[in-house]
Write a protein that binds this ligand. Structure first.
Ligand code: SF4
Ligand code: SF4
Length: 325
């Protein structure tokens, strides 16, 4: 078994890209500590608790020699939210429309890992993570050639764009590694300019406490009044900085059933979501990544979106325009 064989097996299992990075203390891993020190993590205390391990995967698994990073495209054929002129429309972040990626991608990584154990001439140690582990997966994705980290802080693959679920297997095998991906943002600053809450405070630096994704998913309690207008009709997450990215203009669409939109969240109005019963909401969150926000959080977000829609209606009436104008 070698790196080429692992990548071939990853493709057979449905991964859209696979790269291998050395398990080393890469210079850019140090950024995370500085980001935390700025207070940009907000209430996500678990990030500070695991900061030591996040500084180097060898603190997670001392025998680590390589990090196998996979990318799975989750884009679907629905238009981007910025293309929707209807102020009554509720928006859910694209990654959350279907099944919980943590579980789906973990099952596929388990299959890859089982194949590796069966194919390897020597025993080895390994562990796998999907998003929630104490691993700076974007750094290893870049080092493994999957894509560069854009000014919006997302990993961008030149062919696949940035609608990607990352997953990784840390292992003790001395695998052949890939070249790091090159930065291709160039002179573009579209994501920084388009962010509705000015959360991208410097290229590649997102102040989570201002980011709509954090506000609608992680933050408990009320959303700060000053940031409410920026939330707009977003009831779970935000895709704006990815939607405006030129590398997502022609992003491929996945036919994977796991990522197709659930009826309950698909092209719904804010009023429709306001009327969801507890039973409908519970059903819509079952096996969905949106469960993280809790039913209460989703209700709060819908109320905020409603308030924003009402205020937009008032503005439009005051100007004597149609709501779409
Ligand atoms: S997800 Fe939305 S709010 Fe957060 S940085 Fe991107 S554009 Fe800004
Ligand atoms: S919008 Fe432009 S600056 Fe932002 S991540 Fe995409 S290419 Fe980079």
């Amino acid at each position: 078994m070698n790196s080429a064989g692992i990548k071939q097996k990853a493709a057979e299992l449905g991964f859209d890209a696979c790269g291998i990075a050395p398990a080393e203390a890469h210079a850019e891993l140090a950024f995370f500590e500085r980001w935390l020190a700025q207070g940009y993590a907000g209430e996500m205390a678990y990030l500070a608790r695991s900061a030591d391990r996040r500084a180097d995967v060898r603190r997670v698994m001392p025998s680590a020699r390589a990090v196998i990073v996979t990318a799975t495209c989750y884009n679907t054929d629905r238009p981007y939210s910025i293309e929707c002129a209807d102020p009554e429309r509720a928006h859910v972040s694209r990654y959350a429309w279907g099944d919980d990626y943590h579980e789906v991608v973990a099952r596929r990584l388990d299959a890859l890992l089982a194949w590796m154990h069966a194919s390897s001439a020597e025993p080895f140690q390994a562990c796998r993570y999907v998003d929630t582990g104490p691993v700076q997966e974007r750094v290893y994705a870049r080092r493994g050639g999957i894509g560069w980290i854009g000014r919006n802080s997302c990993v961008i693959n030149p062919t696949l764009g940035s609608w990607l679920f990352l997953g990784e297997i840390i292992c003790s095998l001395p695998l052949e590694v890939d070249q790091p991906a090159l930065d291709r943002c160039g002179t573009c600053t579209l994501c920084i300019e388009a962010c509705p809450t000015r959360a991208i405070v410097a290229p590649g630096v997102v102040d989570a406490t201002r980011c709509v994704s954090y506000l609608t998913i992680e933050q408990r309690g009320e959303i700060p009044e000053a940031l409410i207008p920026g939330v707009g009709g977003r009831v779970y997450g935000c895709d704006v900085c990815q939607e405006v990215c030129p590398w997502n203009l022609a992003a491929p669409v996945s036919g994977d059933r796991a990522w197709q939109p659930r009826r309950v969240w698909d092209r719904r109005t804010i009023d429709e979501l306001s009327c969801l019963s507890d039973a409908d909401l519970r059903e819509g969150l079952r096996g969905s990544p949106m469960a993280r926000a809790t039913r209460r959080g989703i209700r709060r977000n819908v109320a905020v979106a409603r308030k924003n829609a009402e205020s937009r209606r008032r503005d439009v009436a005051a100007r004597g325009q149609t709501p779409h104008g």
